[in-house]
Write a protein that binds this ligand. Structure first.
Ligand code: SAM
Ligand code: SF4
Length: 329
């Protein structure tokens, strides 16, 4: 699939649920209203829709959410999608998770063909972890990471940089990730969805994180382009890799290779834009996949050139109305 700007779309992120067992302060408000069941695609429908994307040329699938691993029977879907790895139609199947279910699901994930996972963890301090996630327990996630490592999964930690919250821990996190052999990616807070407290207060530009890290570590630029907004460095002292995801301060859109599907079958062509295509109606209208494939191609034809994220300090309104848990990041 090629978009109007000549970019090949080969990466689909699928949010399999908008629900979550955490309530991270930058992601959700405490009293979220979730989607009614009838609006959410069944696992069979998600499987069918992902199959259509794979036929059209998607080579990499990432399941996200909400928390993907709390959806009931999610392993059924993951095993089905893993079949595309066996036929060679798909190169990679990955998951972004908060880690709460990894203790029990790490082995089944590996067995289904998953080889790498992203685990979101913003702090190494148990009290702070519960303050950020509201409902999470750090112990449980650390036990999940252990299980994932034992299962053979390669781990990348995602940490959102939060002013006044975890900005005194970046050195410790780099040392810890280096010791464990995990990649570590820092993410800037993005203005998505109404969450209550003011996001402009949480925002910490990663240029400052990088400057702080350089006081202690030797960061060597890596020439690694994954088609996304991350820039990577190698930490000479630990040998570990660190990524910086800077949607607010950099323009990465020219190499964008991805689109995002929500659990209601809405396709967002850009994380930072409102334009979307409904794939649920064509999917449910017919048993054949012809109409839905046509709808996918029409949507790709509308993929915008880039986003226009901005944290507006005057109106204090999010740039994009939907929460990150809708599209999964
Ligand atoms: N529940 C899973 C998790 O936490 O990894 C998957 C979904 S979560 C929405 C995906 C990623 O988005 C997480 O790494 C989370 O930290 C990040 N995220 C959520 N809201 C964000 C925001 N407003 N700005 C930046 N990153 C955000
Ligand atoms: Fe849940 Fe992930 Fe959002 Fe945290 S970031 S509330 S774990 S979806």
């Amino acid at each position: 699939m090629r978009d109007p700007f000549g970019r090949t779309v080969s990466y689909l992120r699928v949010s399999v649920t908008d629900r979550c067992d955490f309530r991270c302060v930058y992601c959700m408000s405490e009293d979220m209203t979730f989607l009614p069941k009838k609006d959410v695609l069944s696992l069979e429908e998600l499987d069918r829709l992902c199959g259509a994307f794979v036929r059209l040329g998607v080579r990499k699938l990432r399941l996200t959410g909400g928390e993907p691993l709390v959806r009931r029977n999610i392993m059924w879907l993951i095993e089905r999608l893993g079949e595309h790895l066996k036929t060679g139609d798909l190169d990679e199947l990955t998951v972004t998770t908060n880690g709460s279910q990894l203790e029990k699901l790490a082995d089944p994930l590996y067995a289904a063909g998953v080889r790498r996972i992203n685990v979101s963890m913003d702090t190494l301090d148990p009290g702070k972890f519960t303050a950020i996630t509201r409902w999470g327990k750090l112990d449980k996630v650390l036990a999940g990471l252990d299980a994932a490592e034992k299962a053979g999964l390669k781990i990348k930690i995602n940490a959102v940089a939060l002013k006044g919250v975890n900005d005194n821990e970046f050195h410790d996190m780099v040392a810890w990730a280096g010791e464990c052999g995990y990649d570590l990616t820092f993410i800037e807070v993005m203005p998505m969805g109404d969450i209550g407290p003011q996001r402009s207060d949480q925002y910490l530009p990663l240029s400052m994180v990088r400057a702080q890290l350089q006081e202690r570590w030797t960061l060597e630029d890596l020439d690694l382009n994954t088609g996304g907004p991350a820039r990577y460095v190698r930490v000479r002292e630990t040998g570990g890799r660190i990524g910086f995801i800077t949607p607010m301060t950099h323009n990465f859109c020219e190499s964008c290779n991805r689109v995002r599907l929500t659990c209601t079958g809405t396709l967002y062509m850009c994380l930072g834009q409102e334009d979307a295509a409904d794939l649920r109606a064509p999917l449910r209208a017919s048993e054949s996949d012809e109409a839905v494939e046509r709808a996918i191609l029409e949507a790709i034809d509308r993929k915008p050139k880039g986003h226009d994220f901005i944290i507006d300090r005057r109106t204090r309104k999010p740039a994009v109305g939907r929460h990150m848990s809708v599209t999964g990041g």
